[in-house]
Write a protein that binds this ligand. Structure first.
Ligand code: GYE
Length: 334
């Protein structure tokens, strides 16, 4: 299991940030653009995971809007959920000598080589949304994103509410996110932690990746239903897979939200619509609107002040149950 906090000591973190801050100073703005008035424009190379979900679409929009508002020159690429595409995008940003690189890593492992290349070129790296596993904390300045372990725990607590004291064994199917991705690993482990501590009666009878997509959720849920006629609960790592699963559940002649209770993560618009219809019982919010915080962080790092930042800039989030969905829907921002 990955604990983003465990592989760094505070001291290492501070000195790592210091190294990158020094790099940033050594290589002052190399960008070509100028915003006018003599202000040098920062160029940010951003490698996005893909376009797999409503969450991702909202995140992409937020990054683009915030870069524009902050006067940052954004170079954006979509990796179509493939690590090799992200590595190529980062290499191309290094070759273009951007000022800062940011990316949302599709999976947690396998980044050290390309991150060392960025460091050698003096380009600071800011992680956004998802974390990486690395033995060298100096390879990135900070992570701007959510606490997925806590989201998994919150999902389990929402299930306690939804079951409202129901007695006996509870048979749970789990739709996991992309294999090896931080939110998939940590939402699973957070949920399992609460199960282990407080719910010996909960059993995960099926668990597989639906790659965070609607099509994946539908296909995997259909297979789960074929193999297990007795699923009582679905824990889906995102709303899109839950929406795909709802279609599979209906096709199998069952009522989503009633015959099979559904808990999911994200809180995107379509998730809220399904929840207001009672098809999803509860949602753990995961906020994709990270753009403004990311741009502030880019400016701080580019100014050589990365060492003043915490290693993890956490996003604030809430939980919702079906009875709150209709009232909350009009004010949802994504
Ligand atoms: O939950 C899912 C998306 O990394 C938090 O990725 C993100 C996850 C989000 O595809 O919908």
């Amino acid at each position: 299991m990955i604990d983003r906090r465990s592989f760094l000591t505070a001291g290492a973190a501070v000195s790592a940030a210091g190294v990158l801050a020094a790099c940033a100073k050594k290589n002052p703005t190399k960008s070509t653009g100028s915003k006018g008035g003599g202000t040098e424009q920062i160029t940010l190379g951003f490698s996005q995971v893909g376009s797999e979900s409503g969450w991702r679409a909202a995140n992409t929009q937020s990054v683009k809007d915030a870069a524009k508002a902050a006067g940052i020159n954004l170079k954006f690429s979509d990796a179509q959920q493939k690590q090799e595409n992200q590595i190529s995008a980062i290499r191309s940003y290094i070759a273009q000598k951007v000022d800062v690189i940011s990316f949302s890593p599709v999976v947690v492992t396998g980044w050290d080589t390309v991150l060392k290349e960025a460091k050698a070129a003096g380009i600071p790296v800011i992680l956004t949304d998802r974390s990486v596993e690395t033995s060298d904390p100096s390879l990135y300045v900070t992570l701007v994103g959510s606490d997925f372990e806590s989201e998994g725990e919150r999902a389990a607590h929402l299930l306690e509410k939804v079951l409202a004291g129901q007695k006996g064994t509870v048979k749970i199917a789990q739709l996991e996110g992309t294999t090896g991705a931080a939110p998939a690993i940590e939402r699973s482990s957070g949920f399992a932690k609460i199960m282990k501590a407080s719910h010996p009666e909960w059993k995960i009878i099926a668990s597989q990746s639906g790659d965070f997509t609607r099509a994946g959720g539908k296909q995997v849920m259909a297979a789960f239903l074929q193999a297990h006629s007795d699923i009582q609960v679905l824990f889906s790592h995102n709303d899109d897979m839950a929406i795909g699963a709802i279609q599979a559940i209906q096709a199998a002649g069952k009522a989503p939200g009633k015959d099979i209770k559904i808990i999911s993560c994200d809180g995107v618009h379509d998730g809220f619509v399904a929840m207001s219809k009672g098809q999803i019982n509860a949602i753990v919010e995961c906020n994709p609107l990270l753009g403004p915080q990311l741009m502030d962080t880019v400016k701080t790092v580019h100014a050589g002040k990365g060492s003043t930042l915490p290693r993890w800039i956490k996003t604030k989030e809430s939980d919702y149950t079906a009875d709150q969905a209709a009232a909350a829907l009009p004010s949802r921002k994504y």
